[in-house]
Design a protein around this ligand. Structure first.
Ligand SMILES: [Zn+2]
Length: 383
């Protein structure tokens, strides 16, 4: 038998993450909690298996994310047996804890299963022709779960968990907090925007690190888009207090974070061209989510068409600019500070949107309208 090192013994004797996690919940949570236990869960064999398998891979995922950002937080993740969707994080004795409710796992497993079936069997989507249904389900499910995990991880390393837990016991994903408190909500929403955008950056970097063929990148990116909007939809269903930005704005900043990352990591001489080629998946994405309102929250379409969407985005962005000064104090991964978007820039964005809308309504193609805006800008600048 291998002799145990003294350090191991000390570590084992002094620290038991599961016990510390459960004790904190017992002392601070408004509700009773039990850890997920597949023998008692009531889920199917397949669902239990996917939950157990992904749980085993979490330490490795956390290590990779930490390495990529050059940080080393002490993070422990547990699945809590609960029949509604939520996730939380907190800090205790320099250890960070993430709890994800089992219903979040199961809702995503079920929706990815249904969606994979539709996409492969339907036959109308070129990118899904001749794909294997179970492989697609696995891809969608892993992307979706990783979205939750990475999002929580970002809350930790960007200092959000410390900032919030200085005042409150937990950083909740779905909170029952007072929806009247608009400023507090706006701040929380700005934290959510950061966590989302950095999670997207990591995911796109992963895709580009592993996949080289452009069509395959488009396939993976389309799956990623579908998975994250599925996660947003599942959480949105349980959302009361407006802790997250609206789905339309959430999609807007996610897609811009994704495009920025593509520009950074593509390694192409003309990154804009790559972004354009890859971005055609957005059209497919829109078609797909409109066809399956059982799987995706339908309000995302309505919100994307809302004329106030840029205004909301700018307010969020400006709150984020304030908040980063505060969260950086606790962050393991520091963000560069950035200045706010002024009224003139907002007006310009609004104008562009109107021109685009009118031009495309008048029969101009989207590309032609963009080109026209580009020339108008150059004229404005006196070029
Ligand atoms: Zn969050």
């Amino acid at each position: 038998m291998q002799k145990m090192k003294k350090d191991d013994l000390v570590e084992r004797n002094t620290f038991d993450a599961e016990a510390e996690f459960m004790e904190y919940l017992r002392e601070n949570a408004p509700d009773d909690y039990e850890l997920f236990d597949e023998s008692k869960s009531g889920y199917s064999y397949f669902e239990n298996m996917l939950i157990s398998n992904i749980s085993k891979s979490i330490p490795d995922l956390i290590n990779k994310m930490s390495e990529a950002r050059g940080v080393s937080p002490d993070v422990y993740v547990f699945c809590l047996q609960k029949e509604f969707v939520n996730a939380l994080c907190f800090k205790k004795n320099q250890h960070y804890y993430i709890g994800i409710y089992s219903a979040a796992y199961v809702e995503l497993i079920r929706r990815t299963q249904i969606l994979a079936g539709y996409l492969v069997r339907d036959g109308q989507w070129e990118l899904y022709k001749n794909r294997n249904e179970s492989e697609l389900q696995a891809l969608l499910w892993i992307d979706a779960f990783r979205m939750i995990l990475t999002h929580e991880f970002m809350h930790i390393i960007l200092g959000h968990c410390d900032t919030v837990c200085n005042k409150e016991a937990f950083l909740w994903e779905v909170s029952s907090s007072d929806s009247q408190n608009a400023l507090k909500n706006r701040k929380q929403q700005a934290l959510e925007m950061f966590a989302d955008a950095f999670a997207a950056e990591d995911a796109v970097q992963q895709i580009f690190a592993w996949v080289k063929d452009l069509n395959e990148i488009r396939y993976r990116l389309l799956n990623y888009y579908l998975s994250i909007v599925m996660v947003f939809s599942v959480f949105d269903k349980y959302q009361g207090g407006g802790t997250h930005p609206g789905l339309g704005v959430r999609f807007l900043y996610m897609s811009s974070a994704i495009d920025d990352t593509i520009r950074k990591v593509s390694g192409a001489s003309d990154p804009e061209k790559i972004v354009e080629e890859i971005d055609t998946v957005i059209i497919l994405f829109m078609e797909i989510i409109q066809q399956y309102p059982r799987i995706f929250a339908y309000n995302i379409i309505a919100e994307l068409g809302d004329e106030n969407i840029y205004k909301e985005y700018v307010q969020l962005y400006n709150t984020a600019s304030d908040i980063v000064k505060e969260t950086n104090k606790y962050a393991l991964y520091h963000l560069e500070e950035f200045s706010k978007i002024g009224d003139t820039a907002l007006e310009a964005m609004d104008n562009e949107r109107n021109i685009l809308y009118n031009a495309t309504n008048a029969g101009m193609s989207y590309d032609e309208a963009c080109e026209m805006i580009y020339y108008m800008k150059r004229l404005d600048n006196g070029e």
